[in-house]
Design a protein around this ligand. Structure first.
Ligand code: PLP
Length: 405
């Protein structure tokens, strides 16, 4: 049994009132709160060890570098990558997808090649591919979702063909919480020689990820959604592929030697880490993973799945409430609307009760269009949320109904 009270006590921000009510934070899909150990490592970095990494021979620079590179090892072990060079620190998921779209695209995408994304993607996993298709005269294809929001594998198999060079799909659809069948998606793509990028922004904090077992070519995620600081993310890529890809940006730290005649690039992973990276945030990510490991990712998955089931049962029993995204395979996010009540109005009234939920299109306009709506209310959970908080959410929704229904 997890001691959720103890875990909650580790998150100072949760211990406050909002609008004179105890804060209930259910917007974890947007960003998670940070445990004390993450806040403390950031403070320690700036009060004891701060110095630019990979730059100096002096004590502080060596110390910063050592802690930064150790964070890379922690990430490698967390997702079971084969080699530390396969872990590239980026600004976040969006940055990592743009890196792959630009660099993989530069090398491997040509006129009439095809790239596949899913209908339920976050804009971050649509727009960079659209931009690439535009510049290379390639074609973007879409795996459609069924009426519940589940991806239609039959349709996927039909659009895969010898021109497909890249399949980029989210592990978990951020707006509706459905876990996509990525193993089948990866295996089918590989049969025809296409590469696969998995957007793990909404799975890395909830599920055990083993990139070798998945056999994906790229896996990307953001630190701030997994209890770490903002401004940091990870691109995992298979070493052979990353080696073939050209750098995304040029500058300091990504070179071996520079002259006006010729520049030689550094090897992996630095080839893709131009400029001073957000090394303190990367270190915070290492510490966030230490936190996750101390709870156990399997324990987190089990607890959050139970919480989601509880929330789904309770919400389903409310008259006039529609849940968007129905599947046996879901994690940690539930999207809904009250009949005839705008999602913003629901969100604003709930906020008065101290409850933070997300309202709007969740950066997933095509998903909203699929359901014929402009947005939803989304409650998304993290390890510190409780059934009591779900009960308060239900009370809040009933209040909205009484006021506006
Ligand atoms: N992909 C998914 C599935 C997401 O949920 C998000 C953020 O909500 C992103 C990509 C973009 O993440 P970031 O803004 O951290 O780059």
């Amino acid at each position: 049994m997890l001691e959720i009270d103890k875990i909650r006590n580790n998150f100072p921000i949760l211990n406050q009132t909002v609008n004179n009510k105890p804060l209930i934070y259910l917007d974890n899909g947007a960003t998670t709160q940070k445990p004390k150990q993450v806040i403390e490592i950031i403070e320690k970095m700036y009060s004891e060890y701060n110095s630019n990494i990979h730059r100096g021979v002096h004590f502080l620079s060596n110390k910063s570098t050592e802690i930064y590179e150790n964070a890379r090892n922690i990430v490698k072990d967390f997702i079971n990558a084969e080699k530390r060079e396969e872990i590239i620190f980026t600004k976040g998921t969006t940055d990592a997808i743009n890196l792959v779209a630009f660099s993989f695209g530069e090398k491997f995408i040509h006129e009439n090649d095809e790239i596949i994304v899913a209908e339920t993607e976050h804009h971050s996993n649509i727009v960079p591919w659209q931009m690439l298709c535009e510049s290379k005269k390639a074609v973007l294809k879409v795996i459609s979702a069924d009426k519940n929001g589940e991806l239609q594998l039959d349709e996927y198999k039909k659009i895969l063909n010898k021109n497909t060079k890249m399949v980029a799909v989210a592990h978990v659809a951020n707006s509706i919480g459905i876990i996509n069948p990525i193993q089948e998606i990866i295996d089918e793509a590989h049969k025809i020689g296409a590469k696969v990028l998995i957007d793990g922004a909404q799975s890395i904090q909830h599920k055990n990820i083993d990139v070798q077992e998945l056999n994906c070519d790229f896996f990307v995620f953001s630190g701030h959604k997994m209890y770490a600081e903002t401004g940091i993310g990870v691109l995992y890529g298979k070493k052979g592929l990353l080696e073939e890809m050209p750098p995304y940006q040029g500058g300091g730290d990504m070179i071996k030697s520079v002259s006006f005649e010729k520049t030689e690039f550094a090897g992996l992973p630095l080839k893709f880490e131009a400029g001073t990276s957000n090394y303190v945030a990367a270190i915070s990510m290492g510490e966030a993973i230490n936190f996750i490991n101390s709870v156990g990712i399997e324990n987190i998955e089990k607890y959050e799945t139970e919480l989601l089931k509880y929330a789904e049962e309770k919400l389903s029993s409310i008259d006039g409430l529609t849940i968007y995204g129905k599947s046996k395979h879901k994690t940690s996010a539930i999207s809904f609307l009250l009949n005839g009540i705008h999602h913003y109005d629901t969100g604003m009234i709930i906020d008065k009760l101290g409850i933070a939920v997300r309202t709007g299109a969740h950066c997933a306009e095509p998903t909203m269009k699929h359901f014929g709506i402009t947005g939803t209310v989304r409650a998304s959970f993290a390890i510190y949320n409780t059934k009591e908080e779900v009960d308060k959410l239900i009370e809040g929704i009933n209040k909205v109904k009484m006021m506006l229904g």
